[in-house]
Design a protein around this ligand. Structure first.
Ligand SMILES: C[S@@+](CC[C@H](N)C(=O)[O-])C[C@H]1O[C@@H](n2cnc3c(N)ncnc32)[C@H](O)[C@@H]1O
Length: 193
């Protein structure tokens, strides 16, 4: 894993990077009851064999279910924080075909068009410039690839579906669907061009 230096501000407040020492709250069993990771991933309709980037994977709440959905397809777990990546690897039990990358989601260290799908859950609102992140996501997605964004109002950085749609559409994505209620949903987009 590459080292990342940066000036990110960590904390639980709006616009701050969720700190790794609170990772336990993201894995709390109660979360599963209100935001089923299996159902959330299923709503993104990831195909078996797809190459997927989970951007801002945190401690891997969704990661095992993404791997389950794509079977033998490669899964890249990316996060700014190394302790988060370690937890995510533990949760995926060393399954083959998973790579961890410590990097900034707004400066993705990947070549163009190398992923079929990018999954981002409760991360975009923590980035100083979510549009720059979506530009880079667009660059690494193959044309027609899927961007899936999961949001919940329980997160202080919640982005509602309508501003999210506007943001994504202004960065090269076409709206496909929203699954779930307004306060907690998965929105899917198609990469254009
Ligand atoms: C609220 S947590 C969500 C984690 C996970 N997606 C989930 O839903 O359980 C946000 C995660 O995004 C990561 N993150 C924040 N800013 C980032 C950035 N610029 N690049 C990569 N990861 C980032 C944080 O380190 C943290 O692990």
């Amino acid at each position: 894993m590459a080292e990342v230096s940066g000036t990110a501000e960590f904390g639980l407040g709006k616009g701050k990077v969720f700190p790794a020492d609170h990772a336990g709250s993201l894995l709390h069993p109660a979360r599963r009851l209100v935001q089923s990771p299996r159902r959330t991933v299923r709503a993104t309709a990831l195909g078996s064999g797809a190459a997927v980037l989970e951007l801002g994977c945190g401690p891997g709440f969704f990661s095992p279910f993404i791997k389950e959905a794509i079977g033998g397809g490669p899964l890249v777990l990316l996060d700014l924080q190394l302790p988060m990546l370690r937890l995510a690897r533990q949760r995926t039990c060393g399954a083959p075909g998973i790579v961890s990358v410590q990097a900034d989601g707004a400066a993705l260290p990947f070549t163009e068009r190398c992923f079929d799908a990018v999954f981002i859950a409760t991360v975009l609102g923590e980035l100083p410039d979510p549009g720059a992140c979506l530009d880079d996501v667009h660059r690494v997605l193959r044309p027609g690839g899927t961007l899936a964004v999961a949001e919940t109002r329980r997160d202080s950085d919640f982005i509602a579906a309508s501003p999210l749609r506007e943001l994504a559409e202004s960065h090269g994505f076409e709206w496909r669907a929203r699954r779930g209620p307004r306060w907690q949903f998965v929105a899917t987009f198609r990469s254009t061009r």
